[in-house]
Design a protein around this ligand. Structure first.
Ligand code: ZN
Ligand code: ZN
Length: 389
């Protein structure tokens, strides 16, 4: 394969499709759909890929909005991930419309630029990222088993190839006490809200013993009904985040101990619900990331000099990165606008938002072409993933 010619063809193809890529960003923005409800969004993306000659499997992994679109045969098999869910009330405030448009743009360019027997290009429509469900269900269903590499872009305020993401566990605590009139018979009550409040106090004391990069944050989901009744039931919901799954597990045990101590102090019964869907931290692959950076340089684009370990969130792409070499670079949609805000949603449909989708499409397709052209690069990335690189 003539890689120089393929790269030229890809940049020309994506440039020619700029209008269509921007149209995807805008259309998804117009009808934002939350996790597992992305019916129109998934259909829009899958229909485009089907028209472009991809083989479509819709409703995979037990989710109506998950899909797989495949083109070509042979090795390597490269997955390009298309998130598409929005947030309640604030719409595409995480910019998954940009992600989906970049994924479709990249896949369509590769389909036209590469010979059919050069590689297998697979677009995975991955629903419900915000709920931390989609990719985990797809891993469980074996959707990543026959693939070699996974890639996607995510919009951000900065152009950043390497960015860490934290592991995340979710825990719900429910305290059960005894109802009583708060003024007339307080001695007969057992205050479930005390259990919740002492859990927060215990965790706040625990913070002194936690590593700087650990995050524990929670809300009270039930705190009683009226002030003149001792609450017989109260509940809270916590996220525990850290940069390794071991640390997540260790901190989670300490947090549970805080709730148990609080229940004992308040005289309450406690139930602990741990969400079995634990988000894994992103496993960084430097060789793979460097390959993407080289494509940015090829396009004349400069990366932000931002630290990779600041302002970290979590995503189910972390779980994918534990089973396959993965990249998740950020494409810039506007200086100073941060995800999960209305301003961020608006920025996705600005000129910069739409050009970020085009940039993502180009850089992903160029990276994939390099992987196809070079068995040596593939081996280097795989060795790093296996820990022998
Ligand atoms: Zn988000
Ligand atoms: Zn997101």
């Amino acid at each position: 394969m003539d890689i120089a010619a393929a790269k030229k063809a890809i940049t020309a193809l994506v440039a020619g499709k700029q209008g269509e890529i921007a149209a995807i960003v805008e259309e998804l923005y117009r009808f934002p759909e939350t996790g597992l409800q992305e019916f129109k969004s998934a259909a829009l993306l899958a229909d485009i890929l089907e028209r472009e000659g991809f083989l479509l499997e819709r409703g995979i992994a037990g989710m109506a909005t998950a899909f797989r679109a495949s083109y070509g045969v042979g090795e390597p098999a490269i997955a390009i991930l298309a998130e598409m869910d929005a947030l309640p009330e604030i719409g595409h405030a995480c910019g998954h419309n940009v992600i989906a448009a970049a994924a479709v743009g990249a896949a369509v360019a590769l389909r036209h630029a590469l010979p059919e027997d050069a590689a297998r290009i697979v677009v995975l429509g991955t629903p419900a990222e915000e709920l931390g469900i989609g990719k985990m269900e797809m891993i469980r269903a074996g959707c990543f088993r026959d693939l070699d590499f996974a890639m996607m872009v995510h919009p951000s305020s900065k152009r950043q190839v390497l960015k860490m993401y934290l592991g995340l566990a979710k825990i719900r605590f429910t305290f059960f006490g005894r109802i009583a009139h708060a003024a007339a018979y307080p001695e007969e009550g057992i205050n479930a809200l005390d259990g919740v409040i002492q859990t927060f106090n215990g965790i706040n004391a625990l913070r002194q013993q936690l590593r700087d990069d650990v995050r524990v944050h929670g809300i009270i989901t039930e705190g009683g009904v009226v002030p003149n009744v001792i609450p017989e039931r109260a509940a809270c919901f916590f996220y525990v985040r850290a940069d390794t799954l071991e640390e997540v597990a260790r901190v989670k045990e300490r947090v549970i101990a805080c709730a148990e101590g609080a229940a004992r102090a308040a005289g309450c019964r406690l139930t602990v619900d741990e969400d079995e869907r634990v988000l894994a931290p992103l496993k960084i692959n430097r060789a793979f990331s460097t390959l993407y950076s080289a494509q940015l340089a090829y396009l004349g684009l400069q990366e932000a000099a931002a630290p990779i370990d600041k302002n970290k969130g979590s995503s189910d792409i972390g779980n994918v990165s534990q089973v396959l070499p993965t990249i998740h670079p950020h494409v810039p949609i506007g200086e100073g606008v941060h995800i999960h805000s209305e301003a961020f949603a608006r920025a996705t449909v600005s000129e910069r938002g739409k050009s970020a989708a085009v940039e993502g499409a180009m850089a992903l397709a160029l990276t994939a072409a390099e992987l196809v052209a070079s068995p040596g690069l593939r081996e280097q990335i795989r060795n790093e993933f296996d820990g022998s690189g």
